[in-house]
Ligand binder design. Structure first.
Ligand code: MN
Length: 201
């Protein structure tokens, strides 16, 4: 069963001015599509062809093609969902409590997450993860790694992810990654992040 490129839950221009339409279109139709196709090629004819993406991460061993493209498939599938044209603001409910328990305040969390995104050298992702029991943690990973992969960074279930590869922002922001990170907070879909928190805690 091959993996399929998921549709975006909004139009390419829906996140403007924070993320521009051209970047969104290339990112989805070229980058995410390529990760998806290459993942399918890398697992074809192996036992991983019948596994969920989460199980693939546990069974991929040192297969770099599966790691890079499987991560790219999973990470972007999450990324589109945790953004929304009606996003922004702050979370509510249990997620707020978990963030406050871990970081003291939403603003302190925002600083921590932004620093994780800004200081990831080269290409990678910033994450907010939840551990079993409900503790949340910010971390970052290199390349297309994520925290579901064995032995990577904070190791919980990702509930919020930010792509800090240059392909995610360079057309509009050029070298100004911190401006892109700041703009991301205007489009975060906290309802979706809370949904993932509830499933992963
Ligand atoms: Mn990307």
């Amino acid at each position: 069963m091959a993996f399929e490129l998921p549709q975006l839950p909004y139009a390419y221009d829906a996140l403007e001015p924070h993320i521009d339409a051209r970047t969104m279109e290339i990112h989805h139709t070229k980058h995410h599509a390529a990760y998806t196709n290459k993942l399918n090629g890398a697992i074809d004819g192996t036992p991983m062809a019948d596994m969920s993406i989460e199980d693939i991460f546990q069974n991929m061993g040192d297969n770099a093609a599966v790691r890079n493209n499987g991560g790219g498939f999973y990470n972007h599938s999450l990324f589109w969902k945790v953004m929304s044209p009606t996003g922004g603001g702050e979370p509510t409910g249990e997620l707020t409590t978990a963030i406050n328990d871990a970081y003291g305040s939403f603003d302190a969390f925002k600083t921590e997450f932004s620093n994780a995104a800004a200081t990831r050298f080269g290409s990678g992702w910033a994450w907010l993860c939840v551990h079993k029991g409900g503790k949340v943690e910010v971390c970052s990973t290199a390349n297309q790694d994520n925290t579901l992969m064995p032995g990577v960074a904070c190791g919980g279930t990702p509930v919020l992810g930010l792509d800090v590869w240059e392909h995610a922002y360079y057309l509009h922001y050029q070298n100004r990654r911190p401006d892109y990170v700041s703009a991301f907070f205007n489009v975060i879909n906290w309802d979706e992040v809370s949904r993932r928190f509830a499933l992963g805690k």
